[in-house]
Design a protein around this ligand. Sequence first.
Ligand SMILES: N[C@@H](CCC(=O)N[C@@H](CS)C(=O)NCC(=O)O)C(=O)O
Length: 282
Amino acid sequence: MLAFSLTTPPSGLLSQPLLHARSPLCPSIPFRTRVSHGQSTFTHSIKTPSLPRHSPHHGPTMEVATHHVPTLYHVPWFCSSVPYQLVLELAIPPTSLDVITITEAQLRTSSEIEFLSPRRLVPFIAFPDGSVLLELGAIVLYMCETFDTEHTLHPPPGDPRRPRFFQGVVYAVAEAYRAVMDVFRETFGKADSGINKPVVAKLRDRFSIVVVEHLVLELEEQGRMYYLGDEFSAVDILFGYILMTAKCTDAGLLENEFVREYHDRIVERPAYKELFSRASVR
Ligand SMILES: N[C@@H](CCC(=O)N[C@@H](CS)C(=O)NCC(=O)O)C(=O)O
């Protein structure tokens, strides 16, 4: 059985407490945070004037550090890996989109995180104006539209592949991701004796229809290397994550040779390797 083991998050992890809430009496003390950009990790200092914000969960006001640039929150191995891979693929500088890597424990306990993402889910992007963008599919589309100005990972308006791109993003998030997570939840980290086999069998069948048959129909039968054709796109990043999760279930979800080969092509991406080499699988 595969199990995830997180290394110390190497990038973007804020010192404790998670976000420094500064006293309004002392509003603008710079602190240091490590940020990661593409291949390099470096340190710079930012100023964090705290602003009182209204929070339904924490009384009338709560101190939350200001984000000076749009900031993606990421937990290693979680589906925030998808937008993080986009950051690496597109070499988005931290001056345009910063990445803060937090731990599972921080995601589940930090009041600042709950304030930003009330259901305590990643990914999310916190903006300098205080707004927050939730939902993986929306984040992928937002990042493509904002940062992929050369259209290397998504087709431009007028491109005949564009409708398939939208279909792929929405299908991957709404259908395929759910199908794999249902198996994952029933199997991952459980001893064989603790697995409800009839339930898992049903969920495996569903995964076969929703993910495997879909990919066979959309890719193999159309002679496509990737979801949009010969060119890798953001849709393949989503499916790469879904297939990686499928592999980690150890439930035999990747028996189809074509799907395995598609997954093998995706994991060869340097950005994929960089992303997942930052956490370890044992
Ligand atoms: N509908 C959300 C779902 C996001 C989601 O399920 N995130 C998982 C990680 S893949 C999470 O943060 N889980 C919190 C936890 O396990 O504590 C989206 O598409 O962004």
